[in-house]
Design a protein around this ligand. Structure first.
Ligand SMILES: [Mg+2]
Length: 233
């Protein structure tokens, strides 16, 4: 029987609680903007910021600018600055891995498994998040969608990681929170897949976790990877 040698890991909402970070950042930014004179109900402001993310993508940089333009008809730069500063402070303070993520990766590395990071995030914010949380030191290869010019489920990102680690698809295990991206991409290449049940996949209110794409395994806690892989091997 072929043994698993490499673990492919998605980042946002698999290793890091990205959605929690986003929500706290937006709330903090809105509170600071209200403090600075923005005159609108808090709930409405929060919802409108997320509307901008829904329209432009969750990594969109000018979210508060667009929000203010829509809310006030123009950008009030004092309010914008207060919001951006509050957002950044919160982000730097709260971005962290889910419980036992790092200790589990360390255990896997000690057992000899290669660790690949496969993320659809653009390279710069991806590396910022990996370095801020120390996950960069635990990875043998990091591939972003930007590196290969295609997002999951496109096979390119998986193939790149396999080539870098010199492993075949039957020696890999993909772990992610989005069935349509992480699981489908793995399945298309006959890579075994694990769906994490704790990540909500996407912060967009329009996102529905598509459970019609069946993973080989599901886990409720990241640490469950260790017994799962022991069983497979
Ligand atoms: Mg994810």
């Amino acid at each position: 029987m072929v043994k698993i040698k490499a673990i492919f890991l998605d980042v946002d909402n698999t290793l890091l609680d990205f959605n929690k970070m986003k929500k706290l950042c937006v709330k903090s930014a809105v509170d600071a903007m209200l403090d600075a004179g923005l005159d609108m109900p808090r709930k409405k402001a929060i919802a409108q910021v997320f509307d901008v993310y829904d329209a432009e993508g969750i990594e969109y940089k000018n979210v508060l600018q667009d929000f203010l333009k829509k809310a006030l008809g123009k950008i009030d730069y004092k309010i914008l600055a207060k919001g951006v500063i509050a957002y950044r402070k919160m982000r730097d303070g709260v971005l962290m891995p889910y419980p036992e993520v790092k200790s589990t990766i360390i255990k896997l590395k000690k057992k000899g498994f290669k660790i690949a990071i496969l993320s659809d995030a653009p390279s710069y914010p991806l590396w910022m998040r990996l370095c801020a949380t120390g996950i960069d030191d635990l990875s043998d290869v990091v591939v972003s969608a930007e590196d290969v010019g295609a997002e999951k489920p496109n096979p390119k990102i998986f193939e790149y990681a396999m080539k870098k680690l010199k492993v075949k698809q039957e020696e890999c295990l993909m772990v992610g929170d989005m069935p349509g991206r992480d699981i489908k991409g793995a399945k298309d290449l006959s890579i075994k897949s694990v769906l994490v049940m704790y990540g909500s996949g996407n912060i967009s209110k329009n996102y529905v976790k598509d459970m019609s794409i069946k993973p080989d395994f599901k886990i409720n806690y990241f640490r469950e990877l260790i017994p799962l892989i022991s069983k497979l091997n």
